[in-house]
Design a protein around this ligand. Sequence first.
Ligand SMILES: Nc1ncnc2c1ncn2[C@@H]1O[C@H](COP(=O)(O)OP(=O)(O)O)[C@@H](O)[C@H]1O
Ligand SMILES: [Mg+2]
Length: 214
Amino acid sequence: MKLLEATALSHQFEYPLFSDIDLEISAGETIAIIGESGSGKSTLLHILSTLLEPEAGEVKLLEKSIYNLKEKALVSLRRDDLGLIFQSHYLFKGFSAYENLEVASLLAKEPIDPSLITRLGLEDVIEMKVTKLSGGQQQRISIARVLTKKPRIIFADEPTGNLDNKTSLEVMNIFEEYVLQEQAALVLVTHNEAFAQRCSKVYRLINRVLVQTK
Ligand SMILES: Nc1ncnc2c1ncn2[C@@H]1O[C@H](COP(=O)(O)OP(=O)(O)O)[C@@H](O)[C@H]1O
Ligand SMILES: [Mg+2]
């Protein structure tokens, strides 16, 4: 089943960013998007994940054309089916790390997986308020929170950018296992070539087009 199907996407801010981008992702696939800073990777991820309507083109998620959906349908798609791991973590600031996972667990009616907490090295900080955590710890909590929701499609923008090597590797392992087990999909923006090459497909955003290199 196709989980994501984007056709002829174009977007510009002050200057044209990219045009005529096509992209497809099936259940069980992971795809990487690489490219220089400023090439438009984050913008593309926002477009693919319902946050920014493109100037031209269409995005279908779970076979629904998202920019034609009513706001209510869009909200439930985001809540039930999408997992967004972006650089500004949308954690609940007054809550502890564990409470952040509990909120996701309650909303999604899915249990918290304790092995996620240990594998991400969060046991020692799990009771702390998220505002007391380092950037990397907050990043790991937002990864755990998104996975607790059990989304069909995960969009991750440089999720390992501020993590050490060992933790980054574990995050990649967790993503890969999750996608296979749940027949979900991952769209990963990364600067890490080795992580990109672990994905089913690799795309480079260069000269305003998206080129598939694997
Ligand atoms: N909301 C916005 N308004 C105006 N320009 C933007 C906006 N978001 C991004 N840009 C510009 O678009 C270009 C691509 O940004 P971005 O998608 O963040 O690239 P990347 O993630 O590849 O580094 C940059 O020049 C950036 O300044
Ligand atoms: Mg970016």
